[in-house]
Design a protein around this ligand. Sequence first.
Ligand SMILES: Cc1ncc(COP(=O)(O)O)c(C=O)c1O
Length: 450
Amino acid sequence: MTTTQQAYGEDNFGFSTEQVHAGEVVDAEFGARITPIYLTAGFLFDSFDHAEARFAGQDGGLVYTRYANPTHTAVEAKLTAMERGVDSLLVASGQAAITVALLGILRSGDHFLSTPSLYEGSKTLFRENFERLGIEVEFVDDPHDLSEWKRRVRPNTRAIYGETIPNPKNDLIDIDLIAGFAREEGLPFVIDSTASTPYLIRPIEHGANIVVHSASKFLSGHGASLAGVVVDGGNFDWARYPEKYPQFNTPIGRAGSPTLVQKFGRKAYLEYTRSVIAGRFGPVLSPINAFLLQQGLETLSLRVERHCRNALAVATWLEQQPEVLSVDYPGLASNPSHAIALKHYPRGTGSVFGFTLAGGKDAARTVIDAVELFSRMSHMGDVRSLILHPASTSHAHLTDDQRNALGIPQGLVRLSVGIEDDHDLLADLERAFAALRASQPVETVELAHV
Ligand SMILES: Cc1ncc(COP(=O)(O)O)c(C=O)c1O
């Protein structure tokens, strides 16, 4: 903190001020204004005794970059402030963040409940990899039905999981509702806020306990590097449930030593996840990528504001095209999630969404092949606009029935709308739709609307 003694992360400043200044470290030797890239594996010990004290955690100093690094620490402090948490952990990717966040809570024999609409990579991680570790996931059918959530809680249920703005369907969950249920059941609520970012919503302020991000997306913003972050809200009472969460409530090391909760208080979860889970499984972020993330965070609000504005313009245009059956953007008044969008996302509902073409896969192929400005790419939250056909790529491993159940038919095209000028994006889509019209007999288009 250089410009003021007031704390960041406590509503003393606006969002854009915090995204620039929170966590920043001015180098004491040269006065470098930007937190440098500390590209070092380890940190020097002055003496034999100093090394011993470091390993015993007595002076709070650094040992090895797998546990902590000054570039990471600065970015983690920024993200902690931006999310209104108590501590954060940077890891190598969003997948790593989800994995370590849940492994910090769950062990073999545990069960957790999840909302049904999730990033497909998370679903396969839970269904296949977690299953092999003896951890069982169960997806609720209707995340708005509290009685279903309650009915599915088992004696070994240990966590609730969800996403703020699931893509490509953008079928929003009511975070207040699910957080209230999780609190009543004594279960931590872990939420992936990749598609929303703290600029659109701070889930901890709505009762979520742990926030994860693929920081590869909007947070970094420029599509150059991968990163992930786990933010601890410090608002779950681990000490109240010693049988459910023994890792926080048993002495660390020798009998008589304090428990993690006694030693680290509200930061016990993050400390465990950092040193015992991430520190040992080892998905370390390169300090170079931490630096790129730091640069991205400094402009987050400016970019996300433009992303949302462009996305609404594109969604509004798409909704008016006769070849389009539906547009899954909650910012549109016609969208089933619009009421939750108004409640949770007054600044906008992000820029990653799907729309469905009446002409199915062939129409999707024509549109995707005809665009020139949109990049045909997986990934999202990039300053560049991206386009993808989920049924033949991210969701290709599912059957048609499974895809249809998820609302991902062959005609669905996913966009990640970037920060370019909106008239250029619309011109690109107009060109693609002109190609579509040229490829289709007129009757097909008319029939689709009968
Ligand atoms: C919502 C969401 N969470 C997590 C991930 C995984 O992130 P990463 O690619 O950084 O591992 C993705 C990737 O697309 C995502 O969309």
